[in-house]
Design a protein. Structure first.
Length: 380
């Protein structure tokens, strides 16, 4: 019989598959409704604001109440969001759906990450996070393709409704007689927010997310200006997503031994991929940068999660997971704005040239910290 930890892995994969069925379709559906670009931008970004507000609440409830119930409620919120989307015909209902979707993700994700640690064997937390990261990555890879197929066959409205129903089918995977970890008698350890491991991993995630979301947004726009097709930017994203999946388990195992080094290595490879984007700029050689980026992100994500959470007190795992994952929300929110201002003033090539230095500097800091701590431990 499949273990409960693996049932949760499958649940995470399906949750993000179904989420990614809908997310890429929302801007296209809004265009069909005749909604203006600025309002489409508001609708798309509203999920980040909601997630930032909701994640700490979801994390605290996960630690003090029940990770299992929080995941269930998150699934239900996402299902309701897509049900509303399936009857929407204006920007207001789309924004309401996005707000509910943001709450659902904010409740599901911290509990999902914390549960991977709860059920991990001693000394194999990084490996467990690597598997969970792999399954989420598969969901991100499968979802858009499935969404494209469903929307072609059924149209947007029916696809939203179908996805709402499919989300509910995940619930039986969450139910279990397996013992759940409860820490209601313990206080949340807020001092863990000041832990060097956690702070460095959070900062590195924020810097990565701001740089990547800004770079991806305007690389897509730049290729559009040069009259490259949607297929070519889609292929760029797909290559890195597939390559990253290969690396996640190996990176998880390596980060159990050297989390600082593995996180820094991932950021260094990401920096090299951003330099490659600046050098190659357009397809087909641009796909070399995509391949390098896939290697880097496949190493960085599980390693950074392990660095942030492997030493977290059990009573604070959900809360710390929520704060950590806010790093991506901050990147989604700030990256396009900051790079937009930079590129509007200095041009696309300048933005592409500057981008690699942010992860590069962060990786150097992590390498130095790893080196200093290694020497310190060697002399003790």
């Amino acid at each position: 019989m499949i273990s409960y930890a693996w049932r949760l892995n499958i649940a995470a994969m399906l949750f993000f598959t179904f989420i990614q069925v809908v997310v890429p379709l929302i801007p296209r559906y809004a265009i069909v409704l005749g909604i203006q670009p600025f309002l489409i931008g508001i609708a798309v970004s509203s999920i980040s604001i909601t997630a930032i507000i909701s994640r700490p609440i979801g994390g605290l409830l996960s630690d003090k109440w029940s990770r299992r119930k929080l995941m269930l409620i998150g699934i239900i919120f996402a299902s309701i969001a897509y049900a509303i989307l399936s009857i929407s015909n204006n920007i207001n209902t789309i924004i309401i759906a996005r707000i509910l979707e943001g709450i659902g993700i904010a409740l599901f994700v911290p509990s999902s990450i914390a549960s991977a640690i709860d059920y991990a064997s001693e000394g194999r937390i990084g490996e467990a996070l690597g598997w969970r990261s792999l399954m989420i990555g598969i969901g991100f890879s499968l979802g858009p393709a499935l969404g494209g197929i469903l929307s072609e066959i059924f149209g947007y409205i029916k696809t939203f409704a179908i996805t709402s129903i499919l989300l509910i089918t995940i619930i039986p995977l969450i139910f279990s007689k397996e013992r759940e970890f409860h820490y209601s008698s313990s206080n949340i350890n807020f001092s863990s927010l000041r832990d060097t491991r956690f702070l460095l991993s959070l900062i590195s995630l924020i810097i990565y997310a701001i740089t990547w979301m800004g770079l991806l947004t305007f690389l897509s726009a730049y290729l559009k200006i040069l009259e490259y097709s949607d297929l070519e930017i889609g292929l760029f994203v797909s290559i890195q997503a597939m390559i990253s999946l290969i690396m996640r388990i190996f990176a998880g195992k390596a980060s159990d031994i050297k989390p600082f080094f593995t996180t820094a290595l991932g950021l260094l490879i990401i920096s090299i991929s951003f330099f490659a984007i600046y050098i190659f700029e357009v397809p087909p050689f641009l796909y070399i940068a995509s391949l390098i980026f896939g290697l880097g992100i496949g190493i960085f994500i599980p390693a950074s999660q392990t660095l942030a959470l492997a030493h977290a007190p059990p009573s604070s795992r959900g809360f710390l997971s929520s704060i950590y994952t806010m790093g991506m929300d901050i990147g989604n929110l700030l990256g396009p704005i900051l790079f937009g201002a930079l590129i509007e003033r200095y041009g696309y090539r300048t933005g592409f040239f500057i981008a690699p230095f942010f992860p590069l500097i962060t990786s150097i800091i992590l390498f130095l910290y790893n080196f200093m701590n290694f020497n310190k431990n060697s002399t003790n």
